[in-house]
Design a protein around this ligand. Structure first.
Ligand SMILES: [Fe+2]
Length: 397
């Protein structure tokens, strides 16, 4: 049973580490079904009071009518890669990269992140997709256990079925890693995300500095890998996800048939379906639809696929992911709110809905007994600006 949204729980008690309770008062609290003028109190890391009214008790922070939202939940960020390899072939020391990535996300209002790491590498390839996930995951989990992060981190393994080494890389992970998400990816050129080969060439050749001949060789090699391993890797990745206890996600589904397959394999949500047809099929199959925030902000996909805003207008959008621009997540929620004229619904796409998709029941809403992950947001024109971010009641940005 869900806890009540508004009220008070238990008696006031000091934080075990001596941290004073957090009280954000005179705020517009964005609940799941309404925006309420009131105050929220976090003690010992959890929300203990949500009270209506504009009064500001002694010791409280006067939010002066700013919005207070649940901390944002990001299921698929590629942002870590940018810190690990800031330029092609420039490998940054991992711990400083991890900590900088964590601080960047905190500054954008993200308080829970699933860091996407690719598993599945390619031998003898010019695009240089080498194995890195296991080592980086070990370092990430050690940093998390050491308390170096401001926000809550989980692993998301992006399983590239079109690769040489998927299953051997996945075998190196287990239930003890608490992998949160496994997404099934097939980036074979000429289909799904890269139906448009020209878009692929712009993306890969530029990023990896490939000549025309190198690019053609890369494409031929990927097609060969799909023929050799596609089906075996897909089945193997699903088995590994089940072994870890991870939530399964599909990726770049393009046809209703692909969505049906994803559902049969046990996917809970669909990352970036590339067509209206696929998004509609997700709705019919009970898969939540996740789209990229940059797509919402730009009004189009960088790969030439369906517009996320068009899906939103059709009621076919459930979850937004910042993908490769962390700060896009909050902005996209306010853009969606403009379209829907419904801020709670828009904010749910970056909080409650992603939490539900991965089974996180302790966060994603401003509600009694849940984690005190909150952010204070003001509007500068139509741009949301972050005034403060708290994780379990501790200020992290
Ligand atoms: Fe993709």
């Amino acid at each position: 049973m869900n806890p009540p949204l508004v009220g008070k729980v238990g008696a006031s008690h000091p934080h075990p580490d001596g941290h004073a309770p957090l009280c954000l008062a005179n705020a517009q609290l964005v609940l799941t079904d309404q925006v309420l003028t009131g105050r929220i109190i976090v003690q010992a890391g959890v929300v203990t009071d949500i009270l209506e009214g504009d009064d500001v008790p002694p010791g409280a922070i006067d939010c002066r009518g700013d919005y207070v939202l649940p901390g944002l939940i990001e299921l698929h960020t590629d942002n870590l890669e940018r810190h690990i390899e800031p330029r092609p072939e420039v490998n940054w020391p991992h711990l400083p990269a991890l900590v900088a990535h964590d601080a960047e996300l905190a500054s954008t209002g993200i308080t829970t992140v699933f860091d996407a790491l690719r598993v599945g590498s390619i031998h003898n390839n010019k695009a240089r997709y080498k194995a890195y996930a296991r080592d980086l995951a070990t370092e990430l989990l050690a940093a998390r256990d050491a308390g170096y992060f401001r926000i809550s981190h989980f692993l998301h393994l992006r399983a590239e079925t079109c690769s040489d080494t998927l299953l051997e890389e996945m075998a190196e992970f287990g239930p003890e890693d608490r992998v949160g998400i496994v997404s099934l990816m097939d980036h074979t050129p000429g289909q799904r995300q890269f139906r448009d080969l020209h878009a692929l060439k712009t993306y890969v050749a530029k990023k990896r500095g490939l000549s025309d001949a190198d690019f053609d060789e890369h494409v031929a090699n990927l097609k060969r890998l799909q023929r050799l391993y596609g089906a075996k890797h897909q089945a193997g990745a699903v088995a590994e996800a089940n072994r870890y206890g991870a939530t399964l996600a599909s990726h770049d589904d393009t046809t209703a048939e692909q969505v049906e397959t994803s559902q049969k394999l046990g996917a809970h949500f669909a990352e970036f379906p590339t067509t209206y047809e696929a998004a509609l099929a997700c709705r019919a199959s009970g898969l939540a639809v996740m789209m990229g925030a940059p797509n919402i902000i730009r009004g189009m996909s960088h790969s030439g696929n369906v517009s996320a805003m068009e899906l939103a207008k059709e009621g076919l959008l459930d979850i937004v992911s910042s993908d490769y621009v962390p700060s896009a997540l909050l902005l996209s929620a306010f853009r969606l709110s403009d379209v829907w004229n419904d801020l709670p619904r828009a904010v749910s796409c970056v909080t409650a809905n992603p939490a539900m998709a991965v089974g996180l029941t302790d966060r994603g809403r401003l509600a009694l007994g849940l984690r005190g992950d909150v952010l204070r947001v003001t509007l500068a024109g139509d741009a949301p600006l972050i005034r403060g971010v708290w994780s379990q009641g501790h200020r992290v940005s």
